[in-house]
Design a protein around this ligand. Structure first.
Ligand code: CUA
Length: 343
């Protein structure tokens, strides 16, 4: 319906119909209330209009009436709140087994890295019917990753990771917008979400020119000398990182934190802020020494050794050129046509 006059974007994710249902409910409730108010205004204006010789009488309040018109809206608002919270928590909670894609925003482009190794710019290829979790950060200012057809939007902040997830339900090409004013070319910070059938997606993914992020991360981990302190036995000067991801970590100051993506990231860039109990503050900061992409690679590597999944780079890095250093993509920003792969 309304094909030539689209008031609604496509419904192309599992969240889309849930968000729309709530939105339509809000429209109906507010529309009905507006009609009711206008009807009352018209009715009372006619019913109690000035007539010659008739004096207006003062009508005192009615408790029953006031309780009714307070209680009914209260219940409606609570229903909206409960429904909204339910949808919100669904949208905020990525499924545990979602495929992971790292997104780095910068003025004015989106750099996308699939955990399996494909890299793209201003494009994101995903298969139909698979949960995809985006782990996003910004190199400069606040951006916002917005896919109207999926009904998801999430701010992308410098200095930390934010996350959003979706499951695409319909093949096609959908708009990606930056939804946070981020400078002169904010309105040009757009891209495409390409939703493919699983077979097409596999074919596209197999064209990857780079190995998995965790393999790049392993290389960087060795190059930066991380592996000399973070050894896989207990003899290292830094904590053993095997199995650390997703687990609670006891800190020197008595706190306990969960080793999630943001914790790993912070520990690379600001190692002193959350020091693991029993270790000396000897780790240097890597702020400014590693690019956002390299931090992503390191995080992907630490996750891979934590989940004790074999790094499938062992298989693929032999026949694929693993580009561990992705910082060479810096500086060639605007000239890259949309959809170019970062080598
Ligand atoms: Cu990036 Cu607006």
């Amino acid at each position: 319906m309304l094909n030539n006059f689209p008031l609604w974007p496509d419904q192309a994710s599992t969240m889309a119909s849930r968000v729309d249902a709530l939105y339509i409910f809000l429209l109906l409730v507010t529309g009905a209330m507006a009609l009711l108010v206008f009807a009352c205004v018209a009715f009372f204006a006619a019913r109690f209009r000035h007539r010659p010789g008739v004096r207006a009488e003062q009508i005192e309040g009615s408790n029953a009436l006031e309780i009714t018109w307070s209680a009914i809206p209260f219940l409606i608002f609570m229903a909206i709140f409960g429904w909204g919270a339910f949808v919100f928590f669904q949208e905020r909670t990525p499924p545990a087994d979602a495929a992971e894609v790292y997104v780095v925003a910068k003025q004015w482009m989106w750099k996308v890295e699939h955990a399996e190794g494909q890299r793209e710019i201003n494009e994101l290829h995903v298969p139909v019917g698979r949960d995809v979790k985006l782990i996003m950060t910004s190199q400069d200012v606040i951006h916002s990753f917005y896919i109207p057809a999926f009904r998801i939007k999430q701010d992308v902040l410098p200095g930390r990771y934010t996350v959003e997830w979706f499951r695409a339900t319909k093949p096609g090409v959908y708009h990606l917008f930056c939804a946070e004013y981020c400078g002169t070319q904010h309105s040009g910070m757009v891209g495409s979400i390409v939703v493919q059938q699983p077979a097409d997606y596999e074919a596209w993914m197999n064209g990857a020119s780079t190995g998995p992020l965790s393999a790049s991360g392993e290389k960087i981990f060795a190059e930066l000398g991380c592996s000399t302190c973070h050894r896989s036995d207990t003899q290292g000067r830094g904590p053993n990182l095997q199995g650390v991801f997703g687990k609670p970590v006891q800190l020197d100051d008595g706190r306990t934190v969960t080793a999630d993506e943001n914790y790993l990231r912070e520990s690379i860039l600001d190692p002193g802020s959350k020091r693991v109990k029993g270790f000396q503050p000897i780790m240097p900061t890597f702020q400014g020494l590693v690019s956002e992409e390299q931090v992503n690679d390191l995080v992907a590597y630490i996750k891979a050794i934590s989940l004790s999944k074999p790094i499938n780079g062992a298989k693929t890095s032999a026949n694929r050129a693993v580009s561990g250093d992705s910082s060479d993509t810096e500086g060639q920003t605007p000239p890259l046509p949309s959809g170019s792969k970062v080598q």
